[in-house]
Design a protein around this ligand. Structure first.
Ligand code: AMP
Length: 426
């Protein structure tokens, strides 16, 4: 199936073709016609499935078809993302796919100056990509008006909830018109996501591409049992002996990421750490250097790495297993993209056997294990409890307000969906 049959304008198709995409991915095939039809969707899709274009392309099409003409532009589409990096990436996609359309977009997130954002908003934008906290700052200062939003996208909604953004999201929802189209994307379906979907969505079309809680088939997963104290040495050995040029390494904590990056530098490997305490500039620079190949090892926490789009990343290493089994799936989703083969290695010490069990239970299969000669496990070492790294994640949320007991107003049901008279795939 080609992009031609999906109901997108020539100017959007031109931008898509320039990206070198020959055919839509499964999420795009399913989501684009439904969104063009004006329906709400609940989409289960991870990063790497092409989900961003899955909502961006039809969103551009809708805004373009019902163009507001010249004059002041109210925000008509709002995309909320959990992290700054993801916001920046979605913003780039909007620019890329919309380059031949007369639509304006901008991105707002925290950690950078607010004034340039205010200037852009004042000029008027059709599409706004934002992280919840900074968007609320703008709303409180009166520098953004959300009362004309026609389409709301919640990207990586599960992660937004994990980060404690639920109260911010609910406050933002109150600023939007009741009559609007809602697109909710989530890699996993927790009870909380189901509840949010229930409150927010109006007769949504359910779209699911990768089966729930499964990992990409193109990713080879392997566990290397090793003692905790020898993990860094083993990692350097693996990178050096197999000549890995680009590897993304996960740690549980910010402190652990910093320490590991420093140690790897001492081993002669160009490395950098990205996590929530780094300035936005430092994170963007590290990611750019990594993409260019100037940094060989990028050490990241779960939050910082979420949504990173690095083409054809061949190696992901879990230096430490995540405390939350679902994060394992998110982590290894960075590799094996769009049909490319990837490898996800986990260095697992005796303390982490419980976490490994949780992950295998979630995957519903065992991950094969391999012992690297010279790094055999010392059976005299006893397991120790793992320090909980989740606190750092919770602190990044802004959910300090009391829980909102009132159920979010459901918008009135539409008499009929906006039919756009576009050809629908068979
Ligand atoms: P996403 O899941 O949105 O993060 O997209 C993952 C990667 O897939 C990005 O690098 C996109 O540029 C790429 N991509 C999106 N749609 C297509 C397509 N139809 N064909 C090939 N690559 C695509």
């Amino acid at each position: 199936m080609s992009f031609d049959n999906l109901g997108l304008s020539a100017d959007i198709l031109r931008a898509v073709i320039e990206q070198g995409y020959s055919e839509p991915t499964p999420i795009q095939r399913q989501a684009i016609p439904v969104v063009l039809n004006g329906q709400d969707i609940l989409a289960g899709a991870q990063t790497g499935t092409g989900k961003t274009a899955g909502f961006t392309l039809p969103l551009l099409e809708i805004l373009h078809e019902h163009s507001q003409g010249k004059g002041h532009r109210p925000v008509r589409a709002l995309v909320l993302t959990p992290t700054r990096e993801l916001a920046a990436q979605v913003g780039e996609s909007v620019e890329t796919y919309g380059k031949y359309l007369p639509l304006r977009s901008t991105v707002v997130f925290g950690g950078v100056k607010i004034n340039p954002q205010i200037t852009k908003l004042r000029h008027g934008v059709d599409i706004l990509v934002a992280t919840p906290g900074r968007l609320l700052d703008h709303a409180q200062q009166g520098t953004v008006n959300l009362s004309h939003v026609e389409i709301l996208v919640l990207d990586e909604a599960d992660r937004m909830l994990d980060m404690g953004f639920i109260h911010d999201i609910r406050r933002i929802l109150k600023l939007l018109p009741r009559e609007r189209q809602n697109l909710l994307f989530s890699a996993t379906y927790s009870k909380k996501i189901k509840q949010l979907a229930n409150d927010l969505l109006n007769e949504p079309e359910m779209i699911e591409v990768a089966r729930r809680n499964t990992t990409a088939e193109t990713v080879a997963q392997i566990v290397y049992p090793v003692d905790k104290g020898r993990k860094r040495e083993l990692l350097s050995h693996m990178i050096g002996s197999q000549n890995w040029r680009q590897v993304l390494v996960f740690t549980r904590t910010k402190h652990g990421a910093n320490r590991l990056a420093k140690q790897l530098e001492k081993d002669g490997l160009r490395a950098a750490a990205i996590h929530g305490n780094k300035s936005q500039g430092a994170r963007t620079r590290a990611l750019a250097d990594f993409k260019k190949g100037e940094i060989r090892v990028l050490v990241a926490t779960d939050i910082a790495a979420r949504g990173l789009d690095i083409d054809q990343l061949p190696h992901v290493v879990n230096f430490e297993l995540p405390n939350v089994a679902e994060d394992y799936i998110h982590r290894i989703g960075r590799t094996g993209r769009a049909g490319n083969e990837g490898e996800a290695a986990s260095l697992v010490c005796i303390d982490e056997l419980g976490l490994l069990k949780d992950i295998e239970r979630l995957l519903k299969r065992k991950i094969s294990q391999e012992i690297i000669p010279g790094y055999e496990v010392d059976s005299s070492i006893k397991a120790e409890p793992i320090k909980n790294g989740r606190n750092s994640r919770q602190q990044q949320g802004r959910g300090s307000q009391p829980a909102n007991k009132k159920r979010e107003h459901k918008r009135p049901r539409r008499a009929s969906n906006r039919r756009r008279g576009k050809p629908q795939p068979g």
